[in-house]
Ligand binder design. Structure first.
Ligand SMILES: [Zn+2]
Length: 145
């Protein structure tokens, strides 16, 4: 009975981030706080919570936003390094990150869960899809100059 107890995130309709090496569930896309982070490999996301990770040793690191106490996080199933967790920030303006997780975008895959997702058109915002066959008369031109 030495099996790892893996948490399986229930399908909520939100995309689920999985370890790209072993498919272990890690976090919901809805728990992303920010996509503006970077790690040494490139893009990284800040998550409010994650499952199925173990933490490494606590250490002090100088980030672009100042000194932080962090620990690396690892997939419990395959042990790969997924990113890190912020334990403490010196700068008060960075304290919102404490207890949050940075996930290296290259180490994870996002999958939409199996719940039927209503196709919400989130990319809307521009008008101008005229269905006329003869549109010699442009009434709503978008002038880019
Ligand atoms: Zn893994």
């Amino acid at each position: 009975m030495g099996r790892l107890l893996l948490v399986s995130l229930p399908a909520t309709g939100a995309a689920i981030y999985r370890c790209k090496h072993c498919d272990t569930h890690l976090a919901y896309a809805t728990d992303i706080i920010s996509r503006m982070f970077r790690c040494k490999h490139g893009k990284a996301y800040l998550f409010a919570k994650m499952v199925n990770v173990t933490v490494g040793e606590k250490e002090e690191r100088a980030m672009t936003t100042g000194w932080h106490t962090v620990c690396d996080i690892f997939c419990v199933a395959c042990g790969c390094n997924l990113g890190w967790k912020y334990l403490a920030a010196v700068d008060k303006t960075q304290r919102y990150k404490e207890g949050k997780f940075i996930l290296d975008r290259r180490e994870v895959l996002a999958t939409t869960s199996t719940v039927a997702v209503a196709t919400t058109n989130s990319s809307g915002g521009g008008g101008g899809g005229g269905g006329d066959e003869d549109d010699d008369d442009h009434q709503s031109e978008e002038d880019s100059d």
